[in-house]
Design a protein. Structure first.
Length: 401
């Protein structure tokens, strides 16, 4: 992997006035600069989480639901504090929570249990479904999502759809869906398209049209398992870990980078030539057709615009952290150029990002050591002209692999 080390002396910073900094940024980035999250809040066991390994996070208005390796937590966003925790001793059916979604109509919270099946928190009561009492295809549930009145579960042995009002279950495996493998990592529902998307280990992405009951398969056409042989020809690898469909764009994460598809053209998203902190990505959360947050093992990578391609990498650096802004200044450029480095202090509490959610102006990152909450004061989408808030890289930029 290529690292970019920025060398800016104190003397240079002392004489670099805001006017000069803005002039340099304008020259390097004629279309403007992205919003950078500089205010972060953090939650670990020290301030109320039941466990530091955060597997799932879902924001719903004032409620921030956090699923961990040993329990469920509710954060009151107005108070910025954990107000309630559920563990097995409190009635939680299983300790490890890998997926969360909220029914907007009823307020019920649905939980994908990593080894314990499916649970619903309604009021202060848990209901529990598993392989022995329901049509759930497997108890290892990685993710859940609401589609109308139905709850979809991505499991290690296929997908299940459950209608809690009628009690009807449907199971999707290699027997009735185009799954070459049945290990379902993630599931997403796009209400605009009325389609469900499954991220599958070894089978790429499956799109299910709710209205027509038909499947569409998206895989890597080159058929290579070791590398992405041809760029921008489809999903960059069949081992897919996450998917989001929003505003006509599908964002895909894998252990070999990321991909974007707008219904007509594919865009591969690598690390060295692109803006990802790492090829190893656990998940992705799309915010719009232009912005998506990739959860990697070396920090969060947010692509925020496509014209020009612009990324903000949120990475840890010792006890602090940095936001590294990169852009493809010319369409023919083979790599991105670092145009700004912002010292943020601690952003994500750990470099290993497991899950992400966005709501309003804020972003939430679940990591292997707690939750990071990026507060989007003054947030704006895409790019705009603004002064530099960090160091402007100069000619003395050293790159090394």
């Amino acid at each position: 992997m290529m690292r970019v080390i920025i060398k800016v002396s104190a003397a240079v910073l002392a004489v670099l006035t805001p006017v000069a900094a803005f002039a340099e940024a304008t020259h390097a980035s004629p279309r403007g600069l992205p919003y950078v999250y500089t205010k972060w809040k953090h939650f670990t066991i020290e301030n109320g989480l039941p466990n530091n390994h955060v597997f799932a996070v879902r924001s719903n208005g004032n409620d921030l639901w956090v699923g961990t390796e040993n329990g469920l937590a509710l954060i009151d966003k107005r108070q910025s504090k954990v107000v309630k925790v559920w563990q097995e001793k409190d009635g939680l059916p299983f300790r490890s929570i890998a997926g969360i979604d909220v029914d907007k109509n009823t307020g019920d919270v649905w939980l994908g249990l990593f080894g314990g099946g499916l649970a619903r928190l309604s009021g202060d009561r848990f209901d529990h479904w598993h392989q022995l009492n329901s049509g759930l295809v497997n108890d290892v549930v990685y993710d859940v999502v609401m589609e109308h009145e139905n709850v979809w579960c991505a499991t290690t042995a296929g997908a299940s759809r459950f209608n809690p009002k009628t009690g009807e279950w449907a199971i999707f495996t290699e027997k009735n869906a185009p799954m070459e493998e049945i290990w379902n990592y993630a599931v997403d529902y796009d209400p605009q398209a009325n389609k469900v998307f499954l991220a599958i280990w070894g089978s790429g992405v499956l799109e299910y049209d709710v209205a027509t009951d038909r499947w569409q398969e998206y895989v890597d056409p080159d058929g290579e398992m070791e590398i992405d042989l041809y760029r921008d020809d489809g999903v960059n690898h069949v081992i897919v870990t996450g998917v989001t469909s929003i505003d006509g764009a599908m964002w895909v994460s894998s252990y070999f980078g990321g991909t974007r598809y707008d219904g007509r053209s594919w865009l591969g998203l690598p690390d060295i030539e692109g803006g990802l902190p790492s090829l190893f990505n656990n998940n992705v959360k799309g915010r719009s057709a232009h912005e998506a947050w990739f959860c990697s093992d070396k920090g969060a990578g947010a692509i925020v615009d496509l014209d020009p391609e612009t990324w903000v990498q949120y990475v840890r650096d010792g006890r602090g952290g940095r936001a590294i802004v990169k852009q493809r200044l010319k369409p023919e450029d083979k790599t991105l150029t670092t145009v700004e480095v912002v010292e943020t202090g601690v952003n994500a509490p750990h470099s290993f990002i497991v899950n992400a959610d966005v709501e309003g102006n804020d972003v939430f990152l679940g990591t292997s050591h707690g939750l990071g909450w990026g507060v989007g004061e003054g947030y704006y989408p895409r790019l705009k002209e603004r002064p530099l808030i960090g160091a402007a890289p100069k000619a003395d930029v050293a790159t090394q692999r």
